[in-house]
Design a protein around this ligand. Sequence first.
Ligand code: SAM
Ligand code: SF4
Length: 342
Amino acid sequence: MTVADLLDRPLGVLRLSLTARCNLACPYCLPDGQEPSGLLSMEQRLQVAKAAVALGAKSLRLTGGEPLLYKELDELIGALQPLRREGLQEIALTSNGMLLSAERAQQLREAGLDRLTLSLDGTTGTSVAAMAGLADPAAGERALKQVLRAIEHARQAGFDPAQGALKLNAVIQRNRNAEQVLPLAQLCRQQGLELRLIEYMDVGNRNGWRRAEVVPAAEMVRTIGEQWPLEPLGRAGSSTANRWRYRDGRGCVAMVASVSEPFCGDCNRLRVTADGIAYTCLFAAPGSGVDLKPSLAAGRDQGDLEAALDQLWRQRADRYSEDRSRSATPPGAHAEMAYLGG
Ligand code: SAM
Ligand code: SF4
């Protein structure tokens, strides 16, 4: 059974945030320094995933904060495997790659992780430091080298970019790293990776978001297309990314244009925070989520949790990004992205 919301959008993806903490402090994200109280246990996370799958979710993305900081990650991925028999089709993870050693990549693969997206916002020490909140270009250079090693470790462990199992995310922000669009595209072409360029979004309140700092996807496509001609592939239903193919056959590049071309119309994503609060929109107001902990308490039935999620999804009518585009009124407060799960 797949539950649909008031705008007839079926549930398809669960984004599970495993921690609100991070080992970086990207200024466009600015995660919390500590965990919220009432963190879910691994068993409770499994219950949440099971309930989402029962309601139609086919894809699970583990995120944060930095999910590699979560100690029971491999165990959780292993324990999620039986859900494949109940309709789960893929388990993916988004990470900044700072803790991805060869051994860690191998363990994730062996535990049953299907796809890995690493994040890197520049190809120089200066740009990486500016985007990752690091002290100086030397620290940026070290982080850059580590992510390049992480890409190699992931590839060696069997996350094959040609099968879409390894991709690179990059946030682009005007006056910070906009000049990195071409170098990042070049790096990914050389590495055989699909690059996903993400428009700087107004998630959270700490980043002091201004629309003037958004580099629209159309501009990034133009920049890359002038260097390496592109052919549009479009956006697959419910996906966040509009994809383009390099005409010379050197792979694809994707744009996540949540600000300039919102895709709320077919959004199928449910988010559950590390402390068990369910949200249906990345741009939700803090405190507006539904606390699943009462339904997860000892002695409660799995059916209670399913009913809570079912009710939440059926009542869903949010489409913040589209409203933002239509409305002249300034947006209200947003929950932070690292807390909600990016
Ligand atoms: N720490 C992991 C990482 O950085 O990949 C996972 C969590 S992070 C919140 C997930 C993704 O959200 C990253 O690719 C990050 O670049 C992106 N992100 C965070 N804040 C953003 C913002 N304000 N606008 C656009 N993308 C953002
Ligand atoms: Fe950490 Fe990811 Fe947020 Fe950067 S984007 S601060 S790596 S959670």
